[in-house]
Write a protein that binds this ligand. Sequence first.
Ligand code: BES
Ligand code: ZN
Ligand code: ZN
Length: 458
Amino acid sequence: MTEVKVICASNELIAGNEPLKKFVDQQKGAHCSVLVNETQYVVVKVAKEADIEKVRATAGNIARDLASQKVEKAVVLEGTLETAFEHLTKETVYTAFAEGWDLGSYQFLTYKSKEESFQTTLEVEGKDVQSAVELGKIRAAATAFSRDLMNEVSDVLNPETYPDVLKKQYADTGIEVTVYRKKEIEEMGMNGVLTVCRGSKYSPSFVEMKYVGDTSKPLVALVGKGVTFDTGGISLKSGKDLSDMRMDMGGSAAVAGAMQLLAKTEAKVNVVALIPMVENTPDNTSVFPGEVITYKNGTTVQVGNTDAEGRLILADALIRAGELNAEYIVDIATLTGAVVNALGTEIGGVFGDEEQAFILKKVGDENGDFVWPMPLVEAYDKSLASDYADMNNISSLSYGGSITAALFLRRFVPKDSKWLHVDMAGMMSKSSNSGYYAKSATGYGARLLADYAVKISE
Ligand code: BES
Ligand code: ZN
Ligand code: ZN
């Protein structure tokens, strides 16, 4: 069995050996490997300026390095992490390290015929930190579930199969899953969902999931865009490789991961998840540009562009959140390319209630799902005007696309609720392995939504 020991650079083994100490100091990065008396050590450098995200990233990098060397086990010696990151809270550091470790080891190999999954097992010494480590594993597993959903291909995960995947996943948890199929969606008047999925070979679904850890807490609705593939529809997308548009259900994956995290940590919250599931594809039966959708609340919407489909299905879900009297509503979606132009690929955008947006930002700063508050510019609202319906699903402006998308959603937000909208298009996938991210789906949002629900239920 190949095994390495993880130690801190201030460990006597390194600090007491001048050449070794010099070698470690000279290495770039937050960790390095050394061989002493035929034992392999991973040395974590003392990082006085490191934040908690750095702990996750370091763990992810070590885990991936060791897995590529086919090291079977890594033992973190007692005292190592609290010394390396002495300015951070001990429990938080151990949770972050375990979380980063498992996420850094994440692989999606379902369709690789020759590769077998390999993960270096993490063993952490010290009785007092075991529950912190366990929490890190739970957080990683929930995020990995979101990644798995996003990475899956659209002929396997589609509006007809997706609800069953969720049912199976939550079979032994306190999460109650209700699935509405096409007929019920018709009865419920969810005309955005029906219209967007009209050209697909799959029927739409609408999934509601409840997790009640404490009935006395305010009802929080988590709404996730579940477009299992976005071709753009009749307003067809162009591009060399649209494969990543299978991840256009990333918002729903975030909600699904958050539910798992809340249930596994037995969080004292009262949460309902609302997930509209559709596929957006061209066909002779598809919605054509110019058609009008009449929503349950009476609002009529001109479908100016069938590629702005996310907002059309989220509108139904927001109306539903109102029917359920949700006090807080957070929707999350891979909604616009514009947010990628605005914020790039390291941070999502949050719109809506300003006070809540700053609470969410703080939550993300801590847990690694970074988010930045964005403005709902009133003056842009009129750009959603339609010549013949109450509104258009695209703005007449050539700028501010993520803002006008948020303004569109705002029109469907129930009165008396506190609403946030997270546009995670830029956070959908990573282009390389780095830190605790593996190339491809990120699992963004699972931790963000779960921790936010806990925060506002305190
Ligand atoms: N799913 C896309 C947004 C997207 C883009 C997600 C890139 C992830 C990466 C969304 O449905 C879309 O197509 N939005 C359009 C809206 C436009 C037609 C107003 C866009 O952003 O171009
Ligand atoms: Zn689209
Ligand atoms: Zn989309």
